[in-house]
Design a protein around this ligand. Structure first.
Ligand SMILES: Nc1ccn([C@@H]2O[C@H](COP(=O)(O)OP(=O)(O)OP(=O)(O)O)[C@@H](O)[C@H]2O)c(=O)n1
Ligand SMILES: C[C@](O)(CO)[C@H](O)COP(=O)(O)O
Length: 219
């Protein structure tokens, strides 16, 4: 089965407060985004890549690829207003049957095992969502009130969120809703059951400056 990695890096990275977009920050002499590609290639060198970038950053990426002799074949697509719109633009480039891994460009620490777990489950069941149990207590907040909840009922969601191509392309023909915070929520709203698989604890989304310290130590 053909494998497509749709890497979304069309965001601004406002919470990182960095002069350059967080996806281009250098970690161990390479832009963060290149480490993300490499994580997929470690799992399977035959991956087909689609990369979503902000339109005004495409030139910078081209230069970075030259500077770092980054020769991994990939299609570059322009990002949209939200992650949903960026994914939609990327999906439009995939017109063959296969398994699509939709992955945040800023999660370079995804493991080979997580990618494999996602592949096997998506192949058998149509979709796979990597998750981790929270390691802290959880509280529900409602206005001025808050209460402890049973954390065994909750999981934290990672990427790559992985799907048979037809299923996810059809799901993304829906109109955008603010409830769509990830790809599984888009598919779920069509009535599909979502299948959970084990992610890896290091697979954090690089969001705040402190996350870079953690990533540098592990890459
Ligand atoms: N319009 C958007 C917004 C986000 N993303 C991507 O979705 C992933 C997860 O988003 P997040 O980490 O929140 O990135 P940003 O939106 O860039 O960060 P911030 O919210 O801090 O601005 C990132 O790889 C980001 O580049 C995207 O492709 N297009
Ligand atoms: C897709 C995601 O990374 C799953 O945890 C997450 O929902 C992205 O959230 P963000 O607010 O767009 O960073």
């Amino acid at each position: 089965m053909k494998k497509f990695a749709l890497i979304v890096a069309g965001g601004r990275g406002n919470r990182m407060q960095s002069a350059i977009p967080k996806q281009f920050i250098e970690l161990r002499d390479r832009p963060l985004l290149m480490h993300t590609f490499e994580a997929f290639l470690k799992n399977d060198p035959s991956f087909h890549f689609i990369l979503v970038l902000p339109e005004n950053e495409m030139g910078t990426w081209e230069k970075l690829c030259k500077t770092h002799s980054f020769n991994v074949k990939h299609i570059v697509v322009k990002g949209g207003e939200t992650r949903f719109h960026s994914v939609k633009n990327g999906l439009a480039e995939i017109n063959e049957e296969g398994i699509i891994f939709i992955h945040d460009g800023v999660r370079p620490l995804v493991s080979v095992r997580t990618i494999e777990n996602c592949y096997q489950t998506a192949l058998q069941k149509g979709n796979a969502l990597p998750v981790m149990a929270p390691s802290e207590s959880v509280r529900e907040v409602s206005g001025e009130q808050n209460r402890a909840v049973d954390r065994t009922h909750y999981f934290l969601v990672q990427t790559p969120q992985t799907f048979r191509s037809k299923l996810i392309k059809t799901a993304y023909t829906q109109n955008y809703s603010e409830k769509f915070t990830d790809d599984a929520s888009v598919l779920e709203s069509t009535g599909e059951k979502i299948h959970l698989v084990e992610g890896n604890r290091e697979n954090i989304k690089i969001t705040f400056p402190e996350d870079l310290i953690f990533a540098k130590a592990l890459l």
